[in-house]
Design a protein. Structure first.
Lengths: 308, 334
């Protein structure tokens, strides 16, 4: 396969990634078999966020179906760093695409250990810093404040030479200010957006439905927010932006690229179709070539009227 | 509870599940049959495997009108164990695709926006399918098998009964005679119990289960001339006339909890098919976990059939609404 673009010096065959925590390649291989390696739906694979110590995740229920989307309260279940490096990483290294490992820590010392040990593994091409997961008590701290974010990125920067992607939270008061701070502190790329904060109530009792009380809203419900934040962020920084939020088609991906993103990531749509990433990449390529399969584009209409 | 063991280790010793094609595919609805308050939807899965294992499930979404219900739901596909599988009939395929793939039967009850849309499907409509997913029931050679189903949970039990033929004893529980209409699909006679006594025994299906296990105990004791427990512990295929019994069950959480307890008390192996609201069905979202002795397990990839010994009462009462909902309702996200 020929590389068509580059992200922080890493050659990619295309621009479609998975959003962290929305595709478990190890589990998917159990469900689909080795065809997953032959037809891997994404152009790079982003791992589920790992933490220094194992986490069981939040108590169920963890899901709530919302209009045009989903609220999840998963709570970052993972094996912890040692378990990930020993058991998951060798299996993820068999994937036919570059590997991005997502990490999160509540303390900068822990973040430094995670970045150093993950970065030391040759199978890992890039590291994503999750400073924005809204499900975990400490998740908001680093990503919500420019100074906190800068301090975390600086610490990570000094722990590995691997390119660092900083995944921002859309719920910061000024996400573009956090983006600028992350860039100044040494981030090589930005990923946005993470889920929006939300909650749901048990219809019979009025009590919080989710075991984790609140959760993250994903899916088409967040698409307009993602477009605005990618547009605003990409104009403020020089480093590449990975855009995500509600992408369900090639034209949604094209919108985020037009707004300034270098790559896009598919999340919730993979829950509806395990091969969504592959389809979206194909639709995007068709749109760009204008060839067969290209979707009709509103830009061809001269009048500034939204097609109805 | 440790997340380390829960992350992705297979629960069964051998992972022999039938693999799913990568991605969803468009199947065609060929029939929809009313069965009392339930419906059986038949779809021709031209691009799917012919040999899904009983207990495995598919993610279903109507090709049209998905999202057209109240609150713009459903958004996500819905998980259903297949209730029946048979070779495709020649007329299933209307045009270009070569004949292939099975006809799959899905038993459903209209309990929410997803099941409402699926129940309204008519022959000729498109149905998105992904799967088969998950680990199904593990077959047992030379064992006395007791199949126990409750309500809409009889779906995978029907698939099992069709696979096992007349060799299995089938015990089914329903709310009423109307619900019990589905029992006529079983290939051999079944023992019925209903909540209102309108057909079969008046009461819960777990009463005949306990009696059946007592009977087996008595037979084992008589023929072995020693403790039933010892007889049961002999490995299957050892030539002993009564091999260790195996209970395979699916139904509402209170029924599964009762089955689990009855089997645990007697040292009988129980394979229980659980359900939970799911987003993806293939291990991606981590939304369908149940607490087990090995930590949280994802029902979609480590289940939905779990060994009863992995479960505690809390797992089957885990969802705050588990006991309050009608059987089958947990298949719908709230």
């Amino acid at each position: 396969m020929s590389a068509t673009l580059e992200l922080c010096g890493v050659a990619l065959r295309g621009p479609v990634l998975n959003a962290s925590g929305t595709f478990d390649a190890v589990a998917a291989r159990r469900a689909f078999g080795d065809v997953l390696l032959e037809r891997f739906p994404f152009d790079a694979f982003v791992s589920k966020t790992i933490t220094l110590h194992p986490r069981a995740g939040n108590p169920p229920p963890r899901l709530w179906e919302a209009p045009a989307g989903l609220i999840n309260s998963i709570g970052l279940p993972n094996r912890g760093l040692d378990g990930f490096l020993a058991e998951d990483l060798p299996r993820l290294a068999e994937l036919p695409v570059p590997l991005i490992v997502s990490v999160m820590a509540a303390k900068r010392d822990e973040l430094a250990v995670l970045v150093e040990r993950v970065g030391a593994r040759p199978e890992v091409s890039l590291i994503e810093l999750n400073v924005s997961c809204p499900n975990v008590e400490t998740g908001l701290v680093m990503g919500a404040d420019p100074a906190e974010a800068a301090a975390a990125v600086e610490r990570a920067r000094s722990s590995s030479a691997k390119p660092l992607i900083v995944k921002l939270t859309p719920t910061a008061a000024d996400p573009a200010a956090v983006a600028l701070a992350a860039e100044a502190a040494g981030a090589d790329a930005l990923a946005l957006i993470n889920t929006l904060k939300g909650m749901a109530l048990d219809p019979r009792t009025g009590a919080p439905w989710l075991g984790g009380v609140s959760g993250g809203v994903s899916g088409p419900a967040g698409r307009a927010t993602a477009l605005e934040q990618v547009h605003a962020g990409a104009r403020r920084v020089r480093i590449p932006v990975i855009g995500m939020g509600g992408i369900a088609s090639g034209s949604h991906a094209a919108d985020l690229l037009a707004a300034g993103a270098t790559c896009v990531a598919v999340g919730t749509e993979s829950f509806r179709d395990p091969a969504a990433g592959e389809r979206i990449g194909r639709e995007l390529a068709a749109l760009r070539s204008g060839g067969p399969g290209a979707e009709p584009s509103g830009t061809a209409v001269s009048a500034p009227v939204r097609p109805r | 509870m440790s997340a380390g063991s829960a992350a992705s280790a297979p629960v069964g010793a051998a992972d022999s599940r039938t693999l799913a094609p990568l991605g969803r595919r468009l199947a065609r609805v060929v029939a929809s049959e009313e069965l009392g308050p339930y419906r059986m939807i038949w779809a021709h899965d031209a691009a799917g495997p012919a040999d899904p294992q009983p207990g495995q499930f598919y993610m279903l979404a109507a090709a049209q009108g998905w999202g057209a219900g109240s609150d713009e739901r459903p958004f996500l596909p819905r998980a259903f164990s297949f209730a029946s599988v048979r070779p495709a009939a020649p007329h299933d395929d209307r045009a270009e695709t070569a004949l292939g793939g099975p006809q799959l039967g899905f038993l459903l009850e209209d309990v929410g926006p997803g099941t409402q849309r699926l129940a309204a499907l008519e022959a000729g409509e498109g149905l998105w399918l992904a799967g088969p997913f998950g680990a199904g029931f593990r077959s047992a050679v030379d064992r006395t098998v007791l199949l126990v189903g409750g309500g809409i949970g009889v779906a995978p039990i029907l698939a099992l009964a069709e696979q096992l033929g007349v060799g299995a004893q089938v015990l089914l529980g329903f709310r009423s005679a109307a619900h019990a209409e589905v029992a006529r699909l079983f290939p051999a006679a079944v023992e019925l119990a209903t909540d209102d006594g309108s057909v079969g025994r008046h009461g819960l299906v777990t009463a005949p289960l306990a009696e059946a296990l007592e009977t087996l105990d008595a037979v084992a004791e008589g023929s072995a001339g020693r403790g039933a427990q010892a007889a049961r512990e002999r490995p299957a295929g050892s030539g002993h006339p009564v091999a260790a019994p195996l209970v395979q069950a699916c139904g509402p959480p209170p029924m599964l909890e009762a089955v689990r307890t009855i089997c645990a008390e007697r040292g009988v192996e129980a394979q229980l098919a659980l359900e939970a609201g799911m987003a993806c069905g293939f291990g991606a979202c981590y939304g369908c976990v149940v607490p087990t002795t090995r930590g949280y397990l994802r029902l979609c990839i480590d289940g939905p059939v779990l060994d009863g010994r992995l479960l505690e009462a809390s797992a089957l009462a885990g969802a705050p609404d588990a006991a309050a909902r009608p059987p089958g309702a947990a298949r719908e996200l709230p």
